[in-house]
Design a protein around this ligand. Sequence first.
Ligand SMILES: [Fe+2]
Length: 318
Amino acid sequence: MARPSRVFHLEPPQSRTAAKPRATGGGGKAGIIAGFLAPHPPHLIYAENPANNEPRSHGGWETLRWGYEAARKRLRELKPDVIVVQASHWITAVGHHVNCVENPKGVSVDPIFPHLFRYTFDFHTDVELAEAVVAEGKSLGLTMGAMRHPGLRVDYGTISALHLLNPAWDIPVVSLSANNNPYFFADADMGEMETLGEATRRAIEGTGRRAVIVASNSLSHLHWDVEPDVPEDMAREHIYNDHQYRWDMKLLELIRAGRTAELRRFIPEHIEATAAEIKTGSLNWMLAAMGWPEVPGIVHAYGSVIGTGNAIVEWNMA
Ligand SMILES: [Fe+2]
């Protein structure tokens, strides 16, 4: 008889009551009120030791986690009706999918780092907005899918970014898949992701929501392939090399200066130079949804996780 797995032994919660979402559509002008670049290394959750995540640590990656603390504070002040997130690890081979399940719940496990991330999730979807994104995407000629299977195991990229921005899970969510797989296409075409951004904006405005939108991606993405005995050993944590660091800094300088038109031209060069995870199109999706605003992005933190470059950035549209 096979031995029981040490990893996949958690059952989806049956009795836990999900946080009640706030009423949507109320207060303030409808539209996108802010955008966040919110990277999703599972290490940041592992280091925080939240009750929802099974493994325990003694901390680590504090500068990034303090940056998320600042971003969380900003999110509470913004009081959005909904958080719309696009992450790179819900990979769909055909088209862009939107999670339309009212109350996703289960256990999310990182397939690369199952010893760090086994997270019990239970949250609410803004189904009206999710369906509206599907409809607007179709009207703009995109191949769209409405994911309605209640058993979908939500990917760790989506869960990590949402937990790090709003661990109370008391704001409804709309979650979008990644149609272009970063690990198989060297040249990612951002055109479709920008059209998806336009569809997202139209859906948000059409449903009268005040939305925060979230691009869940790291920047430079070369990483170590050997883990220290203690994963949170910070003596082993640093950027992969100086080349990666310098390219990340060039990108962040453009963001901090609000030179967004230049940033749009620079992103493909950055992806090519650093194997950046933003080649999944999250950043282009988000900035296109916001109309490529010529406003400075606020960098709450930059730091490495297993050698990759990660920035937590806020664009405040108010
Ligand atoms: Fe990732």
